[in-house]
Design a binder for this molecule. Structure first.
Ligand SMILES: [Zn+2]
Length: 296
């Protein structure tokens, strides 16, 4: 079976005149046409940027974008990128947490998404398939909003290596199926164009995992700034950690999971205006990957 990602990637490679490369239009029911793209939305006109495979065809790993501050390119026409930074939110829910959700624990965070909308911060949500199953309306709403992009954080949120923060482990033979099951869950929820980006649960990966996923065509996405929002109760401390770590091109990892990251909305409301005052512009991971390719 051709995977969703592989088909999308193949279409991109062929240079097909897609309006949004990475969609799975051939495999999903027709949906209402999206509203006209904003002039600034390059994603609607060009293929979704991915990194070229690593040595030996291994899944490539993206950690941050160009470290440019946008002031040294001699561009005077206002089109320079400036200092780009990507906030990323892991929508974690583990395959065995259904009973906890059923008993009232909230793994979603609609107030956080509302804050990002209010502040007009583009962002990338790395969603587990299990999360999309639990919160299909929210997954669809995020996925249909051009301000956001949804990427793959596995179906199960089980680890792709041994010894990863105590997470249960996915067997090597099951890794691709676990990744693909998340895309199936997104499709069922009505997410129109999930990105061919994959974040390993816990950020744990090794060469065997990179090899196992290489046929899917995903780019693995890590981060260079750990917000520390998981299980944090001190929003100021998390805010300081983000501001101290932020550099041009940074990928910041945070969470979209109320029960395990209760201060994240408060952190976003503090971090966003401060970083903007320092000259940063918020972009999605796809923008950073595209910028990295453009400067390679
Ligand atoms: Zn996670």
């Amino acid at each position: 079976m051709i995977t969703l990602v592989r088909r999308a990637t193949a279409l991109c490679v062929l240079g097909a005149a897609l309006t949004a490369c990475g969609t799975t239009a051939a495999e999903v029911a027709p949906r209402p046409a999206p509203s006209a793209p904003a002039p600034s939305s390059s994603a609607s006109r060009t293929p979704t940027p991915t990194l070229a495979p690593g040595p030996g065809g291994l899944t490539p790993v993206f950690e941050h974008g160009p470290r440019t501050d946008g002031t040294n390119h001699g561009e005077q026409d206002g089109t320079r990128d400036g200092k780009l930074i990507a906030l990323t939110f892991d929508a974690d829910m583990t395959a065995d947490q259904g009973p906890r959700a059923a008993s009232g624990e909230r793994f979603d965070n609609p107030q956080l998404i509302a804050a990002l909308r209010e502040l007009k911060v583009p962002a990338t949500v790395f969603m587990t398939g299990r999360w999309a199953e639990e919160y299909p309306d929210e997954a669809r709403s995020i996925g249909r909003d051009r301000q956001f992009e949804i990427a793959n954080h596995s179906y199960s949120h089980y680890a792709y290596t041994d010894d990863c923060y105590g997470l249960p482990t996915v067997a090597e033979d099951d890794m691709r199926a676990d990744l693909e099951r998340a895309y199936t869950a997104f499709e069922k929820a009505g997410v129109p164009n999930p990105m061919p980006y994959f974040r390993f649960p816990g950020g744990c990966y090794d060469k065997a995992a990179l090899k196992e996923l290489s046929a899917t065509g995903v780019t693995a996405v890590q981060w260079d700034v750990v917000s520390g929002d998981a299980f944090a109760t001190d929003a100021d401390a998390v805010t300081r950690q983000v501001l101290d770590g932020a550099r041009p091109g940074s990928v910041v990892v945070m969470h979209c999971t109320r029960s395990a990251a209760p201060v994240t909305e408060e952190v976003v409301r503090a971090v966003v205006p401060e970083l903007r005052s320092r000259g940063y512009r918020f972009v999605k991971v796809s923008d950073l990957v595209g910028a990295a390719n453009g400067r390679a």
